[in-house]
Every structure is written in structure tokens, then in C-alpha cells.
Design a protein around this ligand. Structure first.
Ligand SMILES: Nc1ncnc2c1ncn2[C@@H]1O[C@H](COP(=O)(O)OP(=O)(O)OP(=O)(O)O)[C@@H](O)[C@H]1O
Length: 515
């Protein structure tokens, strides 16, 4: 591999010719040059920063194949279509960079549970020859654990064609991360088996502790690793917390907010002329409403439809075809598909540029999850609104669910599965304990964020992720806009802590199940 690294790459040419981008965003060039040199890279950058380009462009200019490990089924589904001919372009606009690579005849492939057998055979026979034409292969971490796939990787590596390993959403590796997936734990095998193959890890959400954990789990050498950390700041997002209680229904507040947004577009003649001349509907204000319960997805979407808003539900319990249709309609800005009411099944990996709002109907389960989901808004860099409806009763329900899940996690029967000896069991018990503490801390910090009326929201987010520099806000949060009004709304909107504590004692917040 070392010989290959001496090659000079024209990354600017590829950026414009293949990806159609005029210039690199800050730090993209440095990251790309570092990985092309053969160094291992850890990249932490804000949602919508453009992290995928940092492994996609090297995959195009370098020899061999890049393996991308991603936990995202949404991403996989939309990638699968434009791969090997015939190109099914239904979801193509969902990932403009993959579409660009496809247009430039660069083979991108994915293997996952939804890949049709004939396509899978074609991809695998390309890989098994050892000199694959496929330049980027997206797989799940589970797939990396299969013996036959590992054997194929060894064949490719022996031919010096295993160019790079990219681990997307790398926080899933850490038990202290908000979205730990056990299948990620085995990814350390890459460095152990192929120490000369550069690795690039990407995430938008990692605290210092999670970062250290990822590095250790992947057996990366901290001395040789190049770590790039960018601010989590998203200055075009307008963060707001709106207060509610079980006795108040946020629906009317939300609907009148949305009507006001529509009205601004129609009454501003310059804006409406601009939109109609671009063939855009005046009432197309794409957005996502996140709710924790599947039943809310259906009922809220139906309620919005009855008020003339094009809304669709999206959750893991809906048939695959219905979900695919909803996603495709929303991505294509089709009438009737403006607002998606979703559980977190509709999450990472969604790259629609013009999402104008993300609403959380309840407090999400973690701070990181909130940041990640809110980050689906405003990926075109234009202003977008992130509203979180916060109630203390919801907070207590979330805490109840978390405590129940934690108790399950800490049960000896749950922990002892497959473990050989008491040392292993003790280690696992300790890890489970830390995981429980870390999840509880994250939820608690998010509740504090919601209740905080003393600082800028952008600053509070930056602080949570351990950043020292004050991010810009320019009135893009409810506190900076009008701190006094925020205090007033909080006083009026929330039930008292005393009330909550009596209700807790009576078991009123003991809910059945989240999605
Ligand atoms: N240099 C660039 N110039 C213009 N657009 C870019 C550039 N780099 C990336 N983009 C665009 O930015 C958008 C976000 O990129 P990407 O999906 O890679 O973000 P991300 O960092 O992975 O975010 P997230 O963590 O939220 O998924 C994409 O539409 C992509 O095409």
C-alpha cells in the first residue's frame, strides 16, 4: 500500500468533475489529504458538515476499494438503487453525492438484508476476484462479522486493493455513546488483520470519553491517529423550546406556527414570485416531527391532513413499500408529502437539503439524539427552525422508561449470556453500569437544557460537547431573541415539580413502551 501513497492526486479536479462542488468546505481538504497519505483519521464535525465526501472522494481518486461500515438502513436503501445497472432512480436524489458518482460511472454498491440475491451475487463475484471494480462498498457491521465476507476482504487485501475502511456514525461503537450497537464492537478486527489499511472514522456526536472509547475499540494507535474535531455549531438553525403540560395540547401552537410560515411565503410578493418561478409550491415547507410513540405518528399525521397539511407517518411498524413511498415523496417535494411524522426510525442518514423545520413532540431520549435529529434541518445552509415541545411529565415518562431499560440491562440473566468466566462477567457488569449512567446523564442534561433560561441554546449545545469556544447565534435561539419572554413562557407552560413528584409517587408516568 505504501507505494500507492506516493501518487499525486488531483482532488480539486475530482471535486468539481465527479461531485460538482466548487470548493472544499473548511477542513475537508486537510482530512482528505491526510487519509490519502495513508494515516488513520478521526473526524468529528457538525451534522451536515459534509463528512461523507471525506471518504467518498478518496475512494474515487485512490486505487482499490473502500469499505464503508454504516448502521443506517435508510441510507442503504437509497444507495442500493443506483448501483449496478439497471439504475432504479426512485430514491436517487436522496444522496446527491452517490448520484454524482453513479453518473460518473463509478461503481458504488451495498450489501444488506434488502439487496436482491442476483445483485448480491454480482457484487460478491466482483469482490472475490480480488481486483474489484466496485470503488465503494457500504455494508452493515453485522455483515463484517461474517466469515465469508472476511475471507473476501483477505483476498482483496492480498491483492493490495483494500484501499480504506470508513466507519460512519462511529459513535455507535461506544457503549457510552447514545446509540450503541453491539455489532460494532467486533470492528476492531480490521486493524488487527489489516494494520496497513487506513481507517477513517466519522461522527457528529462524541464526547471526549466516547472518542477515547471508539479509538480503543478500533485498536487505533492514538500516537499515529490524526484527530480532526470541528465545532458542532449550526448557526442557521433556530433552536426553540416550547413548554407544555399533559393538560395542554401543542397541536394548535404548532399548526398556527406552520400557518404563519405559509402566510409569510404568500404575502411576501417577492418571495412568492421567486418560489413560483422556481416551480415550487408555496405550501411546500418540508419538515419532520419526531415523536416517541408509533401511535402518535399515525394520529398526528391524520390530524394534520384533516387541517390541509400534507403529512405522512413513518415508523418501523409500517410496511416497507409504504415507508419507501413516503420517503420518496418527501424527498421529491411531492404534494401531500410535506411533513413526515416519524419515530427515530427516520433518523441519521437523511440528507434532504430543504428541511425547514424539525419538531420534537416530546423530549428525546438523549442529548446526542436531539442534536442529531435537529441537525436534519437546514442542510442547504438556509435558516431552519428546531422546536422542542418540553413538558415535565414527558421528562418523567422518559426517565421511567430509561430506568426500566436500565434495570433490564443490569439483570444478571441478561448480562451473563455467552460469557465464560467471572472476570468477563464482572467486566460486562461494569460496562453495563457505565452505559446506564451515561444514558441517564445524557437525558438529564437534555432536560436541564430545556429548562435553562440563562444562556444561549447554541452555547449550551457546544458546552455539552465539551467545546470551549462560544458559537455564533445572532438571535437564532429563543433565549437570545427574548430571554424574559422565555422565562414567562416557562412559568406559564410547565406544571410544578411538586405536582410531578406526587404524580410520580402514584405511578402516573409509568408508560408501556417507546417505539
Ligand atoms: N464541499 C462541498 N460543497 C458543497 N456541498 C457540499 C460539500 N461537501 C458536502 N456537501 C453537501 O453537504 C451535504 C451534507 O453532507 P453529508 O451528508 O456528507 O453530511 P454529514 O457531515 O455526513 O452530516 P450528518 O452527520 O448530519 O449525516 C450534502 O448534501 C453534500 O452534498
Amino acid at each position: 500500500m505504501a507505494e500507492k501513497r506516493k501518487v499525486q492526486y488531483d482532488i480539486d479536479y475530482t471535486l468539481s468533475r465527479v461531485f460538482g462542488k466548487q470548493s472544499f468546505r473548511p477542513l475537508q481538504r486537510e482530512v482528505i489529504e491526510t487519509t490519502l497519505k495513508g494515516d488513520d483519521v478521526f473526524l468529528q464535525a457538525a451534522t451536515s458538515f459534509g463528512k461523507s465526501l471525506c471518504f467518498q472522494l478518496p475512494a474515487v481518486v485512490d486505487y482499490g476499494i473502500t469499505i464503508v461500515i454504516s448502521p443506517l438502513l435508510a441510507l442503504m436503501v437509497r444507495l442500493q438503487l443506483p448501483l449496478f445497472p439497471p439504475p432504479l432512480t426512485l430514491l436517487l436524489p436522496q444522496n446527491n453525492q452517490v448520484a454524482s458518482m453513479h453518473a460518473a460511472n463509478i461503481k458504488v454498491a451495498t450489501i444488506n438484508s434488502t439487496t436482491p440475491p442476483s445483485l448480491k451475487t454480482a457484487i460478491l463475484s466482483d469482490l472475490q476476484c480480488g481486483h474489484p471494480l466496485t470503488r465503494l462498498l457500504y455494508v452493515t457491521p453485522e455483515y463484517c462479522n461474517l466469515d465469508h465476507f472476511r475471507k473476501t476482504l483477505r483476498t482483496i487485501h492480498a491483492q493490495r486493493e483494500l484501499s480504506r475502511i470508513a466507519i460512519d456514525e462511529a459513535h455507535c461503537i461506544s457503549e457510552w455513546g447514545h446509540d450503541f450497537r453491539p455489532s460494532f464492537a467486533a470492528l476492531g478486527f480490521f486493524k488487527q488483520e489489516f494494520p496497513d489499511v487506513p481507517m477513517i472514522c466519522l461522527t457528529a456526536t462524541a464526547t471526549a470519553r466516547v472518542r477515547a472509547d471508539i479509538i480503543a475499540a478500533l485498536s487505533l494507535n492514538p500516537q499515529k491517529l490524526k484527530v480532526f474535531t470541528m465545532s458542532t455549531s449550526r448557526p442557521n438553525l433556530h433552536y426553540q423550546v416550547r413548554f407544555k403540560s399533559d393538560d395542554s395540547d401543542p397541536y394548535h401552537d404548532f399548526l398556527s406556527w406552520l400557518h404563519r410560515v405559509h402566510a409569510r411565503r404568500t404575502t411576501n410578493s417577492a418571495r412568492s414570485y421567486q418560489l413560483t418561478s422556481q416551480n415550487q409550491r408555496l405550501d411546500n415547507v418540508p419538515g419532520i416531527i419526531y415523536t416517541l410513540f408509533r401511535k402518535d405518528c399515525e394520529s398526528l399525521a391524520a390530524r394534520l391532513r384533516s387541517d390541509g397539511i400534507g403529512a405522512k407517518p413513518y415508523h418501523a411498524g409500517l410496511p416497507h413499500t409504504e415507508r419507501a413511498d413516503t420517503l420518496a415523496g418527501w424527498v421529491a417535494n411531492r404534494e401531500g408529502y410535506d411533513v413526515i411524522v416519524a419515530t427515530t426510525a427516520f433518523g441519521m442518514g437523511i440528507d434532504k437539503e430543504n428541511v425547514r423545520f424539525v419538531v420534537h413532540w416530546q423530549i428525546p431520549k438523549s442529548f446526542e439524539g436531539y442534536y442529531q435529529e435537529a441537525g436534519r434541518a437546514g442542510r442547504d445552509g438556509k435558516a431552519a427552525v428546531c422546536i422542542l415541545y418540553y413538558g415535565r411529565e414527558d421528562r418523567d415518562r422518559a426517565a421511567y422508561m430509561m430506568a426500566r431499560d436500565s434495570a433490564r440491562l443490569l439483570q444478571p440473566t441478561h448480562m451473563s449470556k455467552g460469557l465464560q468466566n467471572s472476570v468477563e462477567k464482572a467486566q460486562q457488569a461494569q460496562r453495563a453500569q457505565s452505559q446506564v449512567v451515561s444514558r441517564a446523564t445524557s437525558l438529564q442534561q437534555l432536560a436541564l437544557y430545556c429548562e435553562d433560561t440563562t444562556q444561549c441554546r447554541h452555547e449550551a449545545i457546544a458546552r455539552y460537547f465539551g467545546e470551549e469556544e462560544k458559537p455564533p447565534c445572532e438571535w437564532a435561539c429563543d433565549w437570545c431573541k427574548d430571554a424574559e419572554a422565555l422565562v414567562r413562557r416557562k412559568d406559564e407552560g410547565l406544571v410544578s415539580e411538586e405536582w410531578c413528584s406526587t404524580q410520580r409517587e402514584m405511578g402516573r408516568y409509568e408508560v408501556d413502551e417507546y417505539d
